[in-house]
Design a protein around this ligand. Structure first.
Ligand SMILES: Cc1cc2nc3c(=O)[nH]c(=O)nc-3n(C[C@H](O)[C@H](O)[C@H](O)COP(=O)(O)OP(=O)(O)OC[C@H]3O[C@@H](n4cnc5c(N)ncnc54)[C@H](O)[C@@H]3O)c2cc1C
Length: 313
């Protein structure tokens, strides 16, 4: 990719991976009854044996794999495949002394893969390159983008759909063209997650009652707001605005700014209602609760647009 900007290139190059040599065996019959057998034995240099056909049966034969994970620079990494196959069979004989490789093994192969397991050091998430490259039309991801999840086919499908959505959003909507709302990918991508606001509202509103046990009403409102906002940031970033392929630092400070404006709105509306409007209207009970409920609801619209146009843009 000659056109890729140097900062993106550097981020990609900075991702470190452990390599693997993976031995794959076809056996006449299952080796164990287990799909996944973890191994923690100093004599054995594989972390486990995985017997796929105990999860998804095949044609009566058994498929087993044995991964030898190690740094690509490890002297053992470049050994011939035959040696890894022999070592795997020796391990299997150690586990099951009655196992007879000559009689049981129908086929054996191995493969070597440099980028088998990403090494996730502190600050890894923020150092990841964006899945939407600065090169127009280039979208990229690999197993490192599964973070914080582990490698799996499910994650691969999730990231694949996310890439497709990003590409669809960019290609389906030329910037100059007016777009009908029903076909707007941007709208699709940033539609509120069902229940997302409810969770944030519930956390905000509900925790105020708890904080009120120790703090004054204004302080309880602010603390409850902080609880609600933490819940909101996580939900919005992951489900509403698809912000999790981008750097989290700028998102946090923009999110904080938008919410400082919103908390001011909540505070003013709640206090004006509780101190003056509700007593004037004849309310005598649950004044704080009603005032705060309205106060929490008012900035929902303004902060939604703030996050859409600034925080997660
Ligand atoms: C040893 C090991 C064990 C694993 N065990 C499990 C497990 O038990 N369960 C589970 O759910 N997940 C497991 N995983 C993870 C799972 O395999 C991956 O998450 C998944 O395969 C990723 O799918 P993918 O399609 O994104 O990439 P891949 O499966 O890696 O497919 C990418 C393809 O692109 C090809 N390719 C690369 N570059 C080019 C190019 N320039 N041009 C054309 N083609 C190219 C590659 O040859 C490859 O075929 C394991 C991974 C490893 C390494």
């Amino acid at each position: 990719m000659p056109d890729i900007p140097s900062d993106e290139r550097a981020k990609i190059a900075a991702i470190k991976n452990v390599g693997v040599v993976c031995v794959l065996l076809k056996l006449k019959r299952p080796f164990t009854q287990n799909f996944w057998m973890n191994i923690n034995d100093p004599r054995i240099h594989i972390p486990g044996l995985i017997e796929y056909t105990n999860l998804n049966p095949l044609d009566g034969n058994a498929i087993v794999y044995a991964p030898f994970y190690m740094p690509q620079t490890h002297p053992k990494y470049q050994r011939p495949f035959a040696e890894f196959i022999d070592e795997t069979l020796a391990v299997m004989c150690l586990i099951r002394p009655d196992f007879d490789p000559k009689a049981e093994v129908l086929a054996a192969t191995a493969s070597r893969y440099e980028f088998a397991q990403t090494v996730c050091s502190p600050g890894f998430y923020d150092a990841l390159p964006s899945m939407e490259s600065k090169v127009a039309g280039l979208f990229m991801a690999d197993t490192s983008h599964y973070y914080p999840e582990d490698r799996s086919i499910s994650e691969s499908l999730r990231i694949g759909s996310e890439l497709a959505r990003l590409a669809q959003r960019q290609s389906a909507v030329p910037k100059s063209a007016p777009r009908p709302p029903e076909f707007s990918c941007r709208n699709q991508a940033s539609r509120p997650v069902p229940g997302g606001r409810r969770h944030r509202g519930a956390a905000n509103y509900g925790s105020r009652f708890i904080f009120s046990l120790w703090f004054s009403f204004p302080m309880a409102i602010v603390l409850a707001y902080l609880v609600g906002m933490t819940v909101a940031f996580v939900l919005m970033r992951h489900y509403v605005f698809e912000g999790h392929g981008k750097a989290v630092g700028p998102q946090i400070w923009k999110f904080t700014l938008v919410n400082l404006l919103a908390v001011a709105q909540t505070l003013v509306v709640s206090l004006v209602l509780a101190r003056w409007v509700l007593p004037w209207a004849g309310f005598t009970r649950h004044i704080d609760a009603i005032a705060h409920a309205v106060g929490v609801a008012v900035p929902l619209v303004s902060s939604y647009f703030g996050h859409r146009l600034a925080t997660f843009k």
